[in-house]
Write a protein that binds this ligand. Structure first.
Ligand SMILES: [Fe+2]
Ligand SMILES: [Fe+2]
Length: 284
């Protein structure tokens, strides 16, 4: 199966900008690219920070943009979101019995379990007893079925102090639940505004750049959170025969495309001299 992972659009109501970028235009560009190239994906999953300040207007702008997305979508909330305003605009999004945005999507690859790690006014992740109880029940019900976990805050450090300070606390508790299930295949997360791959507790993990601004690679303990205009991307995820591949798609890239094995390509001295690729590959 194929799906799209996309994260941290940080929508602000029109016509406001955010970090000298237009988050609505950025998300529109991502959606346009998905509509051009990935309409065979089963759906898109957004791993939170849908809005920057959580205003209802921002969610209404988001909804208008998502109405143009050809494939279905599933939404999660992050620390920048406001759950009440989000629910007003997206009332169809499932929630658990306590009102947290947590739900399970059955797919041909297994169960995609979406969990809600936000707490109002707190940048850091929070996963309370109610949410744990819900997750424990889901994972017990899903015993024997592959599970893919989606959340906003990573439950581990990634080496960038300003982000590690806001990760999900008490990762051991979550790890024990996952271990008890025994077949959690992958953890997809948001929040960090960078492409990061790794593993945690034996489970492969990945995060992606946000669609608007990014967080700089300040390894080495800097307390400052550095914002950047590094390039945005979304992920195209393929799950086939037990193998997960995450392809990073830079949806604002306009660099040349050319037939790589063509001698004219190999000997081109300037981009102008590059031959054109077959028409069907031109925009990829
Ligand atoms: Fe974010
Ligand atoms: Fe976040």
């Amino acid at each position: 199966m194929k799906f799209v992972h996309i994260t941290d659009p940080h929508i602000v109501p029109a016509p406001r900008m955010l970090c000298a970028l237009d988050p609505r235009a950025r998300l529109a560009a991502a959606i346009g690219d998905i509509n051009r190239h990935h309409t065979d994906a089963a759906f898109a999953v957004f791993t939170g920070d849908l809005a920057y300040l959580g205003e209802q207007d921002a969610y209404e702008d988001l909804r208008k943009l998502l109405d143009t997305l050809v494939i279905p979508y599933h939404l999660l909330v992050g620390n920048h979101d406001d759950r009440t305003n989000f629910k007003r605009v997206f009332p169809e999004t499932p929630a658990d019995e306590s009102g947290f945005i947590q739900y399970v999507i059955e797919t041909e690859a297994g169960a995609f379990v979406m969990i809600d790690t936000m707490e109002a006014e707190a940048p850091e992740g929070v996963y309370c007893d109610f949410r744990f109880a819900w997750l424990e029940r889901q994972l017990q019900t899903l015993t024997g079925h592959p599970v893919y976990l989606f959340l906003h805050h990573p439950p581990f450090d990634i080496g960038i102090r300003s982000l590690d300070e806001s990760r999900l606390p008490d990762p051991d508790r979550l790890a024990r639940l996952i271990d008890a299930h025994g077949d959690v295949r992958y953890l997809f997360y948001g929040h960090v505004h960078r492409a990061v791959w790794g593993s945690w507790n034996g489970i492969p993990t990945s995060a992606l750049p946000g669609t608007n601004h990014q967080v700089g690679l300040t390894l080495g303990g800097s307390p400052e959170m550095l914002g950047t205009h590094e390039r945005p991307a979304y992920g195209v995820v393929l799950i086939e025969r037990g193998c997960v591949n995450v392809h990073l798609r830079d949806f604002i890239d306009e660099s040349p495309r050319f037939p790589l094995l063509d001698n004219a390509s190999k000997h081109a001295a300037t981009a102008d001299a590059l031959p054109a690729p077959p028409k069907a590959l031109a925009g990829i």
